[in-house]
Ligand binder design. Structure first.
Ligand code: SAM
Ligand code: SF4
Length: 339
């Protein structure tokens, strides 16, 4: 049985350490499963079975959870989804959690469709960085991938974020047959702009279960980049899921995320909370603790924190182990997991 932490005003926050000695200090909170795009690798054209509104965490519940995790030693929070900016008053929620003592970094991942008008306020509240999804630079191809005609709005967000000087990462999912020929053109954005461009292996969370093994793995992405930029040099590994590279003459950097090959599990520090309020300790698990149920049953802060600590001690060693424990996961959409 895990003992509760006896806090004194001066004691440092306890650390959440899993059964393999990994420190869990990064929370990814999916604030909604709703989306205004229908990216082919994330969900079917008709969408997914949307979670009923009353089953989605309220802002009060999310605020409480973020506070509880920060008290347990989480220092970094990312809001994701679905599309986070579809949720009303998202920026004010970000401003509220910004005030939590101990929370050092707040980030958001967005598709950029509705984001541009919020950028000044995001700057004002001191958001640490924004991840913007950008799978193509061609408007007609954008429509084929996202099934909506929103390329212009996304590019407006891109330029607005740069204009306001908010650190920016671009996420490109490499989808075989659709956009692999744009790896190099999109990488070149890091030559012109101070951005980190990250290439993501396609993962099996497309909401319909029909996933075939990818051929375009991180190795192929790396070879493609090295051929185009022979001077590319790896940077020392950090706690990021991305392997990051510098290219001489580039203002930004390049990154590769082997999310399907699961090459980063040894140092994974991520906890996810889904829009339904279920905690996941791996992308590939099926949810390991129902935090919403605990909260709605009236559990105290101490009981919830203890449940979190205990759950962390049963974490799978890596994504392959987690997947073995959760064989149905492949019918999920990344929008309900919180990618
Ligand atoms: N809607 C926002 C967006 O697209 O940026 C945030 C949520 S989205 C699920 C988060 C990230 O997951 C995006 O960068 C998206 O490209 C990525 N993603 C979604 N489905 C994926 C999949 N099957 N494999 C790899 N990455 C995926
Ligand atoms: Fe929506 Fe993001 Fe999924 Fe695309 S990847 S459908 S933008 S949640």
């Amino acid at each position: 049985m895990v003992q509760p932490h006896n806090k004194t005003p001066d004691s440092p926050p306890p650390k959440l350490i899993d059964n393999f000695g990994r420190e869990m200090n990064y929370l990814r909170l999916a604030v909604t499963d709703r989306c205004n795009l229908r990216c082919v690798y994330c969900m079917p054209e008709k969408g997914i079975d949307w979670i009923p509104r009353e089953a989605i965490l309220t802002y009060e519940e999310m605020h409480r959870l973020v506070r509880l995790f920060v008290e347990l030693g989480v220092t970094k929070v990312r809001l994701t989804g679905g599309e986070p900016f579809l949720r009303k008053n998202l920026v004010e929620f970000l401003a509220r959690i910004r005030q939590l003592p101990g929370l050092r970094h707040i980030h958001v991942t967005t598709n950029g469709v509705l984001t541009a008008p919020h950028v000044p306020r995001l700057k004002e509240i001191g958001i640490t960085s924004i991840n913007l999804s950008l799978d193509t630079l061609r408007p007609e191809r954008f429509f084929r991938i996202a099934r909506r005609n929103e390329f212009g709005a996304v590019m407006e967000t891109f330029h607005r974020i740069l204009e306001y000087g908010i650190p920016l990462k671009l996420n490109m999912v490499v989808y075989e047959g659709l956009n692999e020929d744009e790896i190099v053109p999109i990488a070149r954005l890091a030559e012109k702009y101070p951005v980190e461009v990250r290439f993501i292996e396609q993962m099996p969370f497309n909401g319909n279960g029909g996933f075939r093994r990818i051929r375009f793995s991180w190795k192929t992405i790396l070879e493609t980049l090295k051929t185009a930029f022979p001077g590319m040099e790896p940077l020392a590994p950090g706690h990021s899921t991305a392997a990051v590279y510098r290219v001489a003459g580039f203002r930004g950097r390049l990154g590769i995320i082997g999310g399907y090959s699961r090459v980063f599990c040894e140092t994974c520090s991520r906890i996810r909370v889904t829009p339904r309020g279920v905690m996941k300790t791996c992308l590939y698990d099926n949810g390991v603790l129902d935090l919403k149920r605990l909260m709605r049953a009236g559990a105290s802060d101490r009981v919830i924190q203890q449940a979190i600590r205990e759950t962390i001690l049963h974490r799978a060693a890596n994504g392959f182990e987690a997947e073995k424990r959760a064989p149905r996961i492949h019918s999920d959409s990344m929008a309900t997991i919180g990618g």
